[in-house]
Design a protein around this ligand. Structure first.
Ligand code: F6R
Length: 587
């Protein structure tokens, strides 16, 4: 949903900003741009396309100056073209801004500025003109910026520079923005990986924070609290973690990371786990909410809580949560599950829960994200940065945490830990070269298919849903999951000679799901089994260990690899599927 970065310091800004843009590319990659302050005037280059290509054409490095701002765009308002790319300017081209978020009242604001000449169709450009208008009234750059920000409705993380002013001004509300502190300068960015190569020292900003970044340091002013000071934290990620580590794509690297990330997910503070378990015991009504893969982890969690702890969980898509708001009470417990901790739909659900006085527990990967601040307690997935737009390692970390909580709830926390620790060798084998070759062969058979169907029952149904999402979003092949028992209620009509159907078999439901597979086979379907045992009915077999409660982890990993192989065979970039962006900060 767009990435922004700014730098002010003693080094030339453009090479630093360009690296930052590459590191932020996962947040948006339909256009990019950069503006620097050079000898008191602002110079800018921007265009539509991938950063690599835009840079090849425009040469960002030719921009001189030690102060600059840059932007990766994921279009929301206005088509993908050079003009709509950020930075945007006021009429006099003295103010440049970059923005991530949505300015909801931009039309009304624009009507009030009828004298101004707007160049783009974006909601963002309004900010530059609002600042210009305030400057005309005689306000300083800082005051004009604050006055302009106060006029905005919606979400924003913005950076602004002005010709002749040696500073970057920043503001955040609802969209992520962090400060990086180095010996040679200050970064302001949507996300830490963009500057991790230079510093691990970060300041997490809060909503309504205004930052004045100058060469000597930063000042922070909160629109509600006034002058504030925020601590400098040190992040534990290192720059190596965000590099591809010799792999062609982040997606593959992150799939292989799972040997370790499950282990890291279970490194939890037992006091926090106990507090959460207390809340679960006291709760009258528990909701798990999330979007996309995180929603699938919630679904898996509900089956796990039912199976392991005999506890009922309501699972709701975060974007649908408002329909359930009237069930919320002070003793309702809402688990908000989100890798980024910045997904707007999830944060909306969190705010709805808080309005009703309900407690919120976050399950989140990003320390310092909005979800870590807005929830009453949170568990960190500790999966490290996930750069590929698709969730892979963070999905299995979420499921691991669900398993851990369900075991903790029945007083068998240590047993949960040991089970999850025991996955190391299984994941190692599931991601081995020979497994990847085996899945490549399957991908070669499936790559020209128009449809792939997936079936499972119980926990395995949730894996079918997640596997279908992985396949469709990265390979653009239509993939759809059904509960095995539902086939006869409609979807069987889709099966014809050679239709591929992936069947997830767990020991609990073996008989029933195999009988569903038989229904498919009888109509000419091509059966791909994912199971511990080979069955005659399978035309192709993917051997996985029988994991019982851990099946959602062991069965999804080969599917992540299959999805990856399909994308690569089709010549697609698995790290950046079309039309998608990581961290969806719009509703
Ligand atoms: C799928 C995927 C998305 C995210 C969803 C929620 O591979 O990555 O479906 O799971 O956008 O994102 P978070 O977990 O950041 O809230």
């Amino acid at each position: 949903m767009c990435g922004i970065i700014g730098y002010i310091g003693s080094e030339k800004a453009s090479p630093i900003l360009l690296k930052g843009l590459f590191n932020l590319e996962y947040r948006g990659y339909d256009s990019a741009g950069m503006a620097t302050l050079n000898n008191e005037i602002i110079v800018c280059k921007k265009g539509a396309g991938k950063i690599h290509d835009i840079n090849h054409k425009l040469n960002f490095l030719s921009l001189e100056g030690t102060i600059g701002i840059a932007h990766n765009r994921w279009a929301t308002h206005g088509g993908v073209n050079d003009i709509n790319a950020h930075p945007h300017f006021d009429c006099s081209k003295a103010i440049a801004i970059v923005h991530n978020g949505i300015i909801e009242n931009h039309r009304e604001l624009k009507e009030a500025l009828s004298e101004h000449k707007f160049e783009s169709e974006t909601d963002s450009e309004i900010l530059a003109h609002l600042i210009e208008e305030e400057l005309k009234k005689g306000f300083s750059f800082e005051d004009a910026f604050v006055n302009a920000i106060l006029k905005l409705d919606g979400n924003y993380a913005v950076l602004a520079i002005k010709a002749g002013e040696e500073k970057i001004l920043a503001a955040r509300k609802g969209s992520p923005l962090v400060v990086g502190v180095t010996d040679h300068g200050i970064f302001l960015s949507s996300d830490i990986p963009s500057f991790l190569e230079w510093t691990k020292k970060v300041v997490y900003l809060h909503d309504y924070d205004i930052v004045i970044a100058e060469r000597g340091g930063i000042r922070i002013y909160n629109l509600i609290e006034g002058q504030v000071s925020r601590p400098i934290d040190t992040v534990e990620w290192d720059a190596e973690q965000i590099k591809k580590g010799g792999f062609d794509h982040y997606m593959l690297k992150e799939i292989l990371d799972q040997t370790e990330t499950i282990y890291r997910a279970i490194q939890q503070d037992i006091d926090v786990v106990n507090k959460i378990i207390d809340e679960i015991r006291k709760a009258y009504g528990i909701f798990f909410v999330g979007c996309g893969s995180s929603y699938h982890a919630c679904l898996a969690g509900s089956y796990l809580f039912s199976k392991i702890a005999e506890t009922h969980i309501n699972v709701v898509l975060a974007s649908e949560f408002e329909n359930y708001e009237h069930f919320l009470r002070e003793n309702t417990l809402v688990f908000a599950v989100s890798q980024s901790g910045e997904t707007a739909d999830v944060l909306e659900a969190v705010r709805a829960a808080k309005r009703s006085g309900s407690k919120v527990i976050g399950i989140v990967n990003r320390m310092g994200s909005s979800l870590t601040r807005e929830s009453d307690e949170f568990l960190l997935m500790n999966a490290g940065p996930e750069i590929c737009v698709l969730s892979t390692k963070t999905y299995t970390s979420q499921v691991a945490l669900m398993i851990l909580l369900a075991y903790a709830l029945i007083g068998r926390y240590e047993e949960g830990i040991q089970k999850l620790k025991g996955l190391y060798m299984d994941i190692y084998n599931l991601t081995s070269r020979s497994m990847r070759e085996h899945l490549k062969k399957l991908a070669e058979m499936l790559v020209h298919k128009e449809h792939i169907y997936l079936i499972g029952r119980g926990l395995q149904f949730t894996t079918a849903l997640e596997a279908a999402l992985k396949i469709k979003e990265v390979s653009y092949i239509h993939a759809e999951a059904f509960a095995g028992g539902e086939l006869k209620h409609g979807p069987l009509a889709l099966i014809e000679d050679g239709t591929p159907v992936i069947v997830f078999v767990g020991e609990d439901d073996e008989k029933k799901i195999l009988s569903n597979a038989n229904e498919v086979k009888a109509r000419g379907g091509y059966i791909i089994g994912v199971s511990a045992e080979r069955h005659d009915i399978f035309d192709y077999w993917i051997k996985v260990p029988e994991g019982g409660d851990l099946n959602p982890i062991v069965q999804i990993i080969p599917m992540q690899i299959l999805a990856y192989k399909l994308a690569v065979l089709k010549g697609l970039d698995p790290d950046k599927p079309r039309n998608l962006a990581k961290s969806v900060t719009v509703i």
